[in-house]
Design a protein around this ligand. Structure first.
Ligand SMILES: *Cc1c(COP(=O)(O)O)cnc(C)c1O
Length: 229
C-alpha cells in the first residue's frame, strides 16, 4: 500500500490538474468532485482519504466494499462497478449512490428493495456512450426510455449519467468524443423531461482532462492517486 505522504503528493498533483483543466475550459473547480477509487486497496487508503477531507469513495465490487465499510464511519460509498440484480438487496441502503444502473430490471429491483427499506436510493444511469462491446451500460438509443422508467419509480432519485470511455490510451480523441456525447445526451434529456440530472460522472486517471473539458462533474480516480497493482 502506498505511503500517506506519497498519496498526498499524488492528490496535490491531481487537484492541480483538475484546477488547470477547469481554468482551460472556463469552469469553476468547485463544480468537479474528485471521487477516489479505492478498489483493490485496503481500508487504510480510505482513512487517508478521510484525513484529506475526501469524504466519498468509489468501489467496484459489492463484497469488497461491504467488508471495507465495516471499520470506517462517515464516508459515503458509491458503487461504480456492475451490479447484478441478485445483489441489489446487499447494496441498497449501504451505498450512498449506485452509479451503474443500466436496465429496467435493475431499476425495478432497486425500487422494490428501497420501498421495503423505506428509503429513496440515489442512482446514475450508466450509458455505454462509446459503444464499447467490452463495457456495461445501456446504449445511447435506449437511455431515453430508461430515464422515463426511472423517473416513474417513487423510491429512486436519478441524479445524472455515468460513462466509462473505451480503453484507448494512444487516442484520447475517442474519450473526448465519448464524453461529449454523454454531455449532449444529458442536456437533451434534461430539457425533454424537465429534470436536473446534475451529475456527469466521467473521466478516470487517464482521461480526466478530456472529461472535465466536456463537462464532467465527477472524475473517478484510482491509479493516479494510489498507484497500480
Ligand atoms: C477502476 C475504475 C476507475 C478508476 O480507474 P483509474 O484508471 O485507476 O483511475 C474509474 N471508474 C471505474 C468504473 C473503475 O472501475
Amino acid at each position: 500500500m502506498i505511503s500517506e505522504k506519497k498519496f498526498l503528493d499524488n492528490l496535490h498533483i491531481i487537484q492541480s490538474q483538475i484546477a488547470e483543466s477547469c481554468r482551460a475550459s472556463g469552469r469553476n473547480p468547485d463544480d468537479v468532485t474528485l471521487l477516489p477509487v479505492t478498489k483493490n486497496w485496503p481500508a487504510g487508503v480510505v482513512d487517508y482519504c478521510k484525513r484529506a477531507k475526501l469524504m466519498r469513495v468509489g468501489e467496484n465490487r459489492v463484497q469488497e466494499a461491504l467488508e471495507k465499510k465495516l471499520g470506517i464511519s462517515e464516508v459515503c460509498w458509491e458503487l461504480i462497478g456492475h451490479l447484478q440484480t441478485n445483489k441489489t438487496r446487499q447494496v441498497v441502503g449501504e451505498f450512498s449512490r449506485i452509479q451503474t444502473v443500466d436496465s429496467r430490471k435493475l431499476l425495478k429491483k432497486i425500487n422494490d428493495v428501497s420501498l421495503q427499506k423505506k428509503i429513496k436510493t440515489s442512482i446514475l444511469l450508466q450509458v455505454n456512450a462509446g459503444s464499447d462491446p467490452a463495457k456495461y451500460g445501456c446504449s445511447v438509443e435506449v437511455v431515453d426510455d430508461l430515464l422515463e422508467f426511472a423517473l416513474s419509480q417513487q423510491n429512486i432519485a436519478v441524479e445524472g449519467l455515468m460513462t466509462i470511455a473505451p480503453y484507448a490510451p494512444d487516442n484520447l480523441d475517442i474519450a473526448k468524443t465519448t464524453f461529449q456525447k454523454l454531455r449532449t445526451l444529458r442536456d437533451d434529456l434534461c430539457q425533454k423531461w424537465d429534470v436536473e440530472l446534475k451529475e456527469l460522472s466521467m473521466g478516470m486517471s487517464m482521461d480526466m482532462q478530456e472529461a472535465i473539458a466536456a463537462g464532467s462533474t465527477m472524475v473517478r480516480v484510482g491509479s493516479a492517486l494510489f498507484g497500480r497493482r
